[in-house]
Design a protein around this ligand. Sequence first.
Ligand SMILES: [Zn+2]
Length: 272
Amino acid sequence: MTFNRTRIAPTPSGFLHVGNVRSFLLTREIATATGAKVLLRIDDMDRARAEDKYVQDIFETLSYLGIEYDEGPHDLSEFKACWSQEIRMPLYDAALKALRESGKVFACSCSRADIARVSVDGSYPGTCRYKGLSLDTESVNWRLATDRGAAVTVNRLNDVPINTNLPQDITDFIVRKKDGFPAYQLTSLVDDVHFQVDLIVRGADLWSSTVAQLYLAQVLGYVSFLNTTFHHHPLLTGTDGAKLSKSAGATSIQYLRARGATPAKIRKMAGS
Ligand SMILES: [Zn+2]
C-alpha cells in the first residue's frame, strides 16, 4: 500500500517523553515504507497549556534523535508565522458553524464535578441535552449529540476494517470548549482533512478519538476522511507495567539527555 501523507502531531503542553518518541519513530518508519510524506503538526490550540518552551523542545528532540520530516516548521518563529493552529481558526469556525446549523450541537454548562456526581464511568450522562440552553451562553461547552446506535468503519493498516459503535466515553463529545476555542476532536479532524492526511499512526489510547473523529467526519460530510487508514500502536509500559506518561518526568527526553542518554539509547528505550 502507498499513502500520500501522514503526520506527527505533538501537543506543546509538556516536554516530550519516550512514548512520544515511540510514536514518531513508528510513524517515520511506516511513512518510509509506504511512500507517505511526514508532516510535523504541532497542536497548540489548548491556550491554557501550550508554551513556547515546549514548542522548542519538539524541534530540539526531533533534531537530537535524527527524526526527519518532510513538511512543517523548523523553528519557533516559522511555527508562529505559518503553522500555528491559530492560523487555521477560520477553518475550525466554519466547521463549528456547520455543526450549529445542523442542529446537532447543544450547550452544556456542566463542570467535571457535576458529571462525576452522576456518572459512574465519567462518561457524559446527557444532562444538558434537552435543557435548551443557548449556544451563545457564556462559558458553555458545545457538545455533539451523538447517536448511540451509530457505527463507523475504521480502516486499518495491513488488517481488515473494523465496524464499531461509538464507545461510551465519547458520548456527546465536546466540539467547542468553555473558553470558546475549538476542541481537540474538531481541530484534529479539520487539520487532517485540510492537509490531506490519508494515514494516521497513533497510540492505542487514542482509539476512542479515532471513532469520534470518524463520526464527526460523517456528520460534517468530510467524505475523504472516512477513507483514512489508521494504525494504533501498543503503548510503552514501564517495568512496573504502568503506562509511561508526561507525569512520569523521568521519561522526558530533556531529563534523559541531561543524564547523558545518547540518541541510540533513547531510540532503544522507545522500542526502535
Ligand atoms: Zn451538561
